[in-house]
Design a protein around this ligand. Structure first.
Ligand SMILES: [Fe+2]
Ligand SMILES: [Fe+2]
Length: 168
């Protein structure tokens, strides 16, 4: 099978991009917590907007690929009401909630000056999402590789392309 047409390879490639952004975010959060100058801290917090733009767009597309293309088909084999897919859906919801909270705290920062709260929410987001993609790669994607037929993988890949083009 041409790996460029394998949805699991495509999702792992998305995860690579997510990991890079989480690393970046982690670096900013550490600096925000440790700098002594308010001006420098303000600049760092302003730069978080770029990262939240990624969360809004690319991460949301990735979640939709899983929720609307992979999970329904894989769910025919392993179920969606309980088990790993159920857990992954709960974690997507938690990730969306944390990102809303994170963006709202960043927006309110000029008034609140509460950078500790921003750092805490950011750290919780990094931890949740890092563990989430590890679990997908170690458990769920292996199940998908074993269960899904070539035709099913092809169908999922076609849905990915539709989801990506609708988001463009
Ligand atoms: Fe996921
Ligand atoms: Fe994922």
């Amino acid at each position: 099978m041409d790996t460029s047409l394998d949805p699991i390879v495509a999702l792992k490639s998305d995860h690579g991009a997510v990991r890079a952004v989480l690393n970046n975010l982690d670096g900013y959060l550490k600096k925000i917590g440790s700098v002594s100058s308010n001006g420098l801290r303000n600049n760092l917090i302003n730069q978080l907007n770029e990262i939240t733009a990624f969360i809004d767009k690319d991460l949301e597309i990735h979640f939709k690929k899983e929720e609307n293309a992979l999970f329904p088909i894989l769910g025919n084999y392993i179920g969606t009401e309980t088990g790993p897919i159920h857990v992954m859906l709960i974690e997507h919801a938690q990730s969306r909630e944390l990102s809303l909270e994170f963006k709202s705290k960043i927006k309110n920062y000029p008034d609140s000056k509460d950078y500790n709260y921003i750092v805490n929410i950011g750290n919780a987001f990094v931890k949740l999402l890092s563990e989430h993609i590890d679990k997908e790669e170690q458990i769920l994607f292996n199940m998908a590789d074993i269960q899904l037929s070539r035709e099913e993988k092809h169908g999922i890949m076609e849905k990915f392309l539709i989801i990506t083009s609708q988001a463009a």
